[in-house]
Write a protein that binds this ligand. Structure first.
Ligand code: SF4
Length: 303
């Protein structure tokens, strides 16, 4: 559901008060580094691909004031997603500044863009805060991963993951949830790959449902205020990313603050130019991806 009118923003189709999150405190700030990516995966929730500029590269000058504002609001961590962040020319400079202030997480496909800049990334190990990487390994079956990401990319990503760990960076992986999967068997299959590149079994595995490409209209139940109070407890409501995080997105040449990492395809979730105003805004759960948060506890965060 995209671009709701005023009434539909606060009400579901059958006239019930729509569920919402009133943000509490900004503990994580995400930056969308741009939708340009060296890969073109058909399932990408960002629709990223080579040369794509739906969301432009953030520059160091775009990022610095928002990082500083976030510090004043008590932020505990900075996270970065794309596209492929290491295609962004300013990425290492941005990390250099961020890591003097807070721990950082970067989501990467860990293929050529990161491999080619590893010599720039390694010195970041000496910063006062830790840098962690989350690498996409969609399936433990190499053939299935490569069907989406291109032949040979499973091996490249796995090898880079092993190198990052050996160098001393923290690592985790992101995978896709398959319908009807045997989750313990999936985890065990990843462990075999981890061991092959010297990784321990206890690497965090973050599993995601299918979020569908940007602009999709998915047929999911609508979330009412009643649902939020009846089916979820306070701790579950507090765990929604829009409660404690925001994402900076650059569109039309200007950075803006969106409600979370999952709704940057919908201008309704552009909450303003500053973090302070974005944290004051009530987030109505009208995007189809909100249902993934409600039903599966989906979250990009590692907290
Ligand atoms: S997708 Fe999830 S985190 Fe984002 S606005 Fe909807 S409920 Fe909040």
């Amino acid at each position: 559901m995209l671009h709701l009118d005023k009434e539909s923003w606060v009400q579901t189709a059958d006239g019930q008060p729509r569920g919402y999150i009133q943000p509490q405190a900004l503990t994580e700030l995400w930056f969308h580094t741009g939708t340009n990516c060296n890969l073109q995966c058909p399932f990408c929730l960002e629709g990223s691909k080579p040369g794509d500029n739906r969301i432009s590269f953030l520059t160091f000058d775009d990022v610095q004031p928002l990082m500083d504002e976030a510090l004043a609001l008590g932020v505990e961590k900075y996270s970065f997603t794309g596209g492929e962040p290491f295609l962004n020319p300013d990425m290492v400079r941005i990390l250099d500044y961020a890591l003097d202030r807070r721990p950082c997480l970067v989501l990467s496909n860990a293929t050529e863009p990161l491999m080619n800049r590893l010599h720039e990334v390694v010195p970041l190990l000496q910063k006062s805060n830790p840098l962690n990487f989350r690498v996409s390994l969609d399936h433990p079956d190499e053939t299935k991963h490569d069907a989406g990401r291109g032949r040979g990319n499973f091996r490249k990503s796995l090898k880079t993951l092993g190198r990052l760990h050996k160098i001393g960076f923290g690592v985790s992986i992101a995978r896709l949830i398959q319908e009807g999967e045997d989750t313990p068997a999936v985890t065990a299959a990843y462990h075999v790959h981890f061991r092959s590149v010297g990784l321990p079994d206890n690497i965090r595995i973050v599993a995601f449902p299918d979020f569908f490409p940007p602009g999709s209209v998915a047929d999911v139940p609508q979330i009412t205020e009643h649902c939020m109070k009846t089916y979820l407890g306070e701790a579950q409501r507090n765990a929604f990313m829009c409660n404690y995080s925001k994402m900076v997105v650059k569109k039309n040449g200007k950075p803006g603050v969106y409600a979370c990492t999952l709704v940057d395809d919908d201008a309704d979730y552009d909450l303003g130019a500053t973090l302070k105003e974005s944290m004051a805004a009530r987030v109505m759960l009208g995007h189809h991806r909100c249902y993934s948060c409600f039903a599966y506890g989906a979250s990009c965060s590692e907290r």
